[in-house]
Design a protein around this ligand. Structure first.
Ligand code: HEM
Length: 481
């Protein structure tokens, strides 16, 4: 995509040297890592540097640094104008940068570099992405009915917990929903009827953790910080800690996703490689994405309060009645529900970091200045700062349910959660999430099912290593449907 960030800068913008520095070798990256995890925390880390350099583009180190990442030096792009340079794959290389400046061992993925780690210039990327897009398209008719079934199972468990304990941890319910939905989508089988049983989320978590540990903090008491830094951020955790769990996931997918694996051959992909990709797709991309995305949606909708709940319930019940059910056409007519989903993805994008290495020398610009980037520099975007850019979004820190209704739709081009603009679509040639439309669809269906069944709810929000936590504190069943 030719984005404005990589076009010639408006002539009135001064060309400036990129502010900031990387500090001394070894010590600079360690200092930045400690600031990031322990002394400042994510948001303050970036805000402090924006204030100090009076620029949303600057040099810094990103964790983990020594000894996991050979080069932690990055150029941070933290506004809505410069961020989209990361979507332009003619300008940035996306090879091995899916989780950051380090690349987890290929042992985690059966010895293969899976799709998310490939740059579109690698022929394998196009074959794998086409295979994934085609697999998703072939499952289109199952999306709504299957997700409705999985959500209704979640509601039963939710109500049981509310009755028993007076509150419910939404995150654990959501883990089961996310794992089961994708397993059932790709394998045509309920995991409970396989050897995986109800342990899918636990296998997935144990496999994800060592891959993400270098960029994670467990938020332990302060005196344990040095120990955590040594154990999680200094050396990679070996695959063997997750080996047996991964093998169980692989075996189950290999056994039950036969038709999809057969189809992979059409795209020139061997069965074993296709299966490792499918496990990654279902467990890292899908389960991992929904694990952070849905609790954030519930949190923000819950915190915004009863007035929004009433408006959502009115819209949803009116449209479902008029359309005779939850159909693609019905969902398209729900302007507020759609806007609420986009607003959640804007205010708390589930995958907050994106990386890309400059393929060529280029000039990028923020709102205020232009900067030269050299071939080989690593560009890094912390997405929440781009999608809460105060020069694009009014009251950016506020959850505004109606933000994208009517004229507001014009702002959708600044919603970047899928590693692309919300107005663009994933292709085999770009790096945009192939499930962009599916994720939005599932989020809408979740709200529709929720406000069909309940009038309102309250929530207590917190922080987890994977994003937000949402504890449901009260739940009012629908009085009129
Ligand atoms: C809330 C859920 C999800 C979020 C937030 C999300 C987000 C993202 C993001 C940000 C990227 C780009 C990462 C980068 O290269 O920097 C990405 C890529 C990808 N996502 Fe998603 N995703 C979600 C769900 C899914 C699902 C359900 C699937 C598959 C069924 C999926 C499959 C992929 C794949 C295969 C890629 C790599 C694309 C490529 O190499 O061209 N994602 N996703």
């Amino acid at each position: 995509m030719a984005s404005s960030s990589t076009s010639s800068p408006p002539s009135n913008l001064p060309l400036k040297p990129i502010p900031g520095d990387y500090g001394l070798p070894f010590f600079g990256p360690i200092k930045d890592r400690l600031d990031y995890f322990y002394f400042q925390g994510q948001d303050k880390f970036f805000q402090d540097r924006i204030n100090k350099h009076k620029s949303t583009i600057f040099k810094t180190n990103m964790p983990p640094g020594p000894f996991i990442a050979s080069n932690p030096n990055v150029i941070a792009v933290l506004d809505a104008v410069s961020f989209p340079v990361l979507f332009d794959t003619s300008k940035v290389e996306k090879r091995n940068v899916f989780v950051g400046t380090f690349f987890p061992s290929v042992s985690f993925t059966g010895g293969h570099r899976v799709c998310a780690y490939l740059d579109p210039s690698e022929p394998k990327h196009s074959s794998l992405k086409s295979f994934i897009l085609s697999t998703l398209a072939s499952k289109h008719d199952k999306f709504i009915p299957l997700f409705k079934t999985c959500v209704s199972e979640l509601f039963i468990e939710l109500e049981d917990q509310m009755a028993e304990k007076g509150e419910a941890n939404y995150n654990t319910l959501n883990d089961t929903l996310a794992f089961n939905f994708f397993f059932r989508l790709f394998c045509d089988k309920n995991p409970n009827d396989t050897k995986i049983a109800s342990k899918g989320p636990s296998f997935a978590n144990k496999w994800l953790f060592p891959q993400l540990a270098p960029i994670t903090t467990l938020r332990l008491p302060k005196f344990l910080n040095p120990l955590e830094d040594l154990l999680l951020h200094t050396f990679p955790l070996p695959f063997f800690v997750a080996k047996s769990d991964y093998q169980k996931l692989y075996d189950a997918f290999n056994k039950f996703s036969g038709p999809i694996l057969d189809d992979a051959e059409r795209f020139g992909i061997q069965r074993d490689e296709a299966c490792h990709n499918l496990v990654f797709l279902s467990t890292f991309n899908s389960y991992g994405g929904l694990k952070t995305g849905f609790p954030a949606l519930i949190k923000w909708v819950g915190l915004t309060g009863e007035k929004l709940h009433r408006q959502l319930a009115d819209e949803i019940r009116t449209v479902v009645k008029a359309e005779g059910g939850v159909t693609f056409a019905a969902l398209e007519r729900m302007a507020l529900t759609k806007s609420v989903v986009y607003e959640a993805l804007r205010i708390e994008p589930p995958v907050p970091f994106q990386y890309g290495k400059a393929k060529v020398d280029m000039v990028i610009h923020s709102h205020d200045a232009a900067y030269e980037i050299k071939k080989g520099n690593m560009i890094f975007g912390y997405q929440p700062f781009a999608t809460k850019d105060p020069r694009v979004f009014e009251n950016p820190e506020e959850f505004v349910g109606h933000r994208f209704v009517g004229e507001g739709e014009k702002l959708l081009k600044y919603v970047y959660w899928s590693n692309g603009r919300e107005t663009e679509d994933p292709t085999a040639e770009n790096k945009q999430c192939p499930a962009k439309n599916l994720v939005v669809l599932l989020s809408r269906v979740f709200l529709v099912e929720f406000f069909h069944r309940y009038d309102t709810f309250t929530v207590e929000a917190g922080k987890l290593l994977t994003g937000s936590s949402a504890t449901i504190k009260s739940l009012t069943k629908a009085t009129s449907i």
